[in-house]
Design a protein around this ligand. Structure first.
Ligand code: COA
Length: 257
């Protein structure tokens, strides 16, 4: 298990805590593998009633590790990031997220596959895929326009515009925006622990019913996005954008077109 991932257990609640704060909890291949493994085991373990995903009180995650994107871009549906997202997508029990500080890229995408999301008001969410020469991932090009309408989704996915925790709650991406990181984590934990008292099969049956409509279409979109994302990662546009991030300079797309 990666040292950058902490797994905590409190009654039937399993908490996955990202623990790489010096890199703003950027997600490495080892972290994705670890999270996929924990989720797969938790799904089989009848004593686990719900999972809570958090990065702590100050930072959710800055998304995929950019150095990993350059050195070892994920190759296809068996890559570590896909193993994790598939495990989350297929997870039969409730998943709760507690989000404070930055939630960038996959840090926002993954919230679309959680069941309950609590955010701190000043959390900063962002899907800067186009800004990195990439494209939306894991169903977000389908889910977000349906949830927000095309116009607002276009601001988030075609401009890569960021938004606050307060906006995420107002738009239905999150359940509630709370005053700060501590209140957010406390609320998410309180709600996740409620599943301990509920009939487990009634909960999983209900989740399955809620997730069923349009699932095959969503799977198809996920595959299409995944293939394109993989191609885009190797494109000159993405290489320029990712290198620019590492060199702490703005990307220059003027040569492309
Ligand atoms: N991958 C790798 N390293 C990352 C990272 C990422 N996604 N996000 C942050 N880091 C590193 C920085 O390089 C820096 O490392 P250093 O101290 O060795 O120089 C450290 O984490 C702190 O980041 P910094 O940018 O200084 O913090 P900040 O508070 O000013 O900004 C963010 C935080 C999250 C807004 C900013 O780091 C950011 O935009 N990160 C990139 C997000 C991104 O594009 N993710 C990919 C999406 S597909």
């Amino acid at each position: 298990m990666s040292e950058h991932l902490l797994v905590e257990r409190e009654e039937g609640l399993l908490t996955l805590r990202l623990n790489r704060l010096h890199k703003k909890n950027a997600l490495t291949r080892a972290m994705y593998s670890g999270m996929a493994e924990v989720l797969d085991q938790a799904d089989r373990d009848a004593s686990v009633r719900a999972v809570l995903i958090t990065g702590g009180e100050t930072c959710f995650t800055s998304g995929n590790d950019v150095a990993d994107f350059i050195q070892a871009p994920p190759a296809g549906l068996n890559s570590e990031v896909f193993q994790f997202m598939r495990a989350l997508f297929e997870f039969s029990k409730p998943v709760v997220a507690a989000v404070s500080g930055p939630a960038v890229g996959i840090g926002t995408t993954l919230l679309l596959h959680c069941d309950l999301v609590y955010v701190s008001r000043e959390a900063s969410l962002k899907m800067p895929f186009v800004n990195l020469g990439l494209c939306p991932e894991y169903g977000s090009s389908l889910i977000l326009p349906r949830l927000l309408g095309h116009a607002r989704a276009a601001e988030l996915l075609l401009l890569g515009q960021g938004f606050t925790g307060e906006q995420a709650a107002a738009w239905g991406i999150a359940n509630q925006a709370l005053a700060d990181g501590a209140a957010t984590l406390a609320k998410a934990r309180e709600m996740a622990l409620r599943f301990q008292q509920l009939a487990p099969s009634a909960v999983t049956d209900s989740k399955r019913l809620m997730r069923a409509p349009g699932r095959e279409e969503l799977r198809r979109v996920i595959e299409e996005e995944g293939a394109l994302f993989g191609q885009r990662l190797r494109s000159p546009e993405a290489i320029e954008a990712l290198t620019a991030f590492m060199q702490r300079r703005p990307a220059d797309f003027s040569q492309f077109g």
